[in-house]
Design a binder for this molecule. Structure first.
Ligand code: DGY
Length: 326
């Protein structure tokens, strides 16, 4: 008998076709997230779940789904899943690392360039029919080339962001829980710095750490005050790594120059203070959102799930200890 699975949000046809070859699939192709009660009810008789960062997988949900053996997140970040609770119940949890590194790094760069050169601000000006002609001192931005790029979090995506900096002749400094191997530093021409030093020196601060209790409000009022008044902050990693209320204040009073943001606390209800600020470029959590990458993420999650439910060890297993619990 095929294992029963729930796919909680809309996915691509080829993902469903692949899943249907191996599983009995119930799919929510409406693309509106289920509330916790509906989710628990639909998942109650399922062996597996393919979910997104909009689904909370916590101890209460797991308790209501005794058959569940595997949860496959269509994302590299997995702060929506209580991994310890999954492990305690012997539920394997997986994510989708690797396939989205380049697209996510590209988006961080898009935000950097757009914020530095005020692209969304000037575009609104043109669209509003207000452009009256060229002026020498109009819409002055800041240079990205030859500036200092500070990357907080030098994992896979941080390293791709750093690699792209060579084309802009930038100085790259980074901070990370652990210093990366010397050959990586050499290849990326990246200098290790303490977070304090990085914040004080960087013209562009790019955050690339996962969200956790440890990184909650990693950048708040105190940290923003230590940055250059000309600095630009980029958050394309996870809402909550930045204290958004503190960032709104810092942008209002000129503590820093600007911010490029793809993620927010309490998405999609972002702090309304951002909307009134011209110095901020806003995107709706689209870091990995290219056609090819989202298809690859969905297929990676599907393969993780099928492997887990066929008794194998999925390539992107987050909690190897879960296997011992079963
Ligand atoms: C991720 O993979 O964590 C992204 O935020 C989802 O788009």
């Amino acid at each position: 008998m095929k294992p029963k699975i729930l796919v909680t949000r809309e996915v691509f046809d080829e993902t469903l076709d692949y899943l249907a070859q191996h599983c009995e699939v119930e799919a929510n192709q409406q693309d509106a997230a289920y509330g916790p009660d509906v989710l628990a009810q639909r998942l109650g008789d399922k062996d597996g779940m393919m979910c997104c960062l909009t689904d909370r997988v916590d101890a209460a949900l797991l308790a209501a789904c005794p058959r569940l053996k595997a949860v496959a997140n269509i994302a590299v970040g997995y702060n929506n899943i209580d991994i310890a609770a999954c492990t305690a119940r012997g539920v394997m949890a997986t994510n989708t690392p690797g396939v989205l590194d380049d697209s996510t790094a590209d988006l961080a760069w898009a935000l950097m360039l757009a914020t530095a050169r005020r692209i969304t601000e000037v575009e609104s000006h043109i669209r509003a029919g207000q452009w009256t002609g060229w002026r020498l001192k109009q819409w002055l931005g800041v240079d990205v080339h030859h500036a200092t790029l500070g990357i907080i979090g030098m994992g896979r995506i941080g390293q791709v962001i750093a690699r792209r900096a060579a084309g802009f002749d930038m100085k790259v400094i980074y901070s990370n829980r652990n210093r990366v191997a010397p050959e990586i530093e050499r290849r990326l021409n990246a200098e290790y710095a303490s977070r304090e030093d990085l914040l004080a020196r960087a013209d562009f601060v790019v955050l690339q750490v996962p969200y956790s209790a440890e990184t909650h409000h990693l950048i708040g009022a105190a940290e923003l005050k230590t940055m250059k008044p000309t600095a630009i902050l980029i958050n394309s990693t996870r809402g909550g790594v930045v204290d958004d209320a503190a960032l709104v204040e810092a942008l209002k009073d000129g503590t820093i120059r600007g911010a490029g943001l793809d993620v927010f606390e309490n998405e999609p209800r972002l702090n309304p203070g951002f909307l009134a600020l011209k110095s901020v470029v806003l995107a709706p959590h689209i870091g990995s959102s290219t056609e090819a990458t989202r298809r690859a993420m969905a297929m990676t999650a599907a393969q993780n799930l099928v492997t887990a439910l066929s008794g194998g060890t999925p390539p992107n297993l987050l909690n190897a200890e879960a296997n011992q619990k079963r």
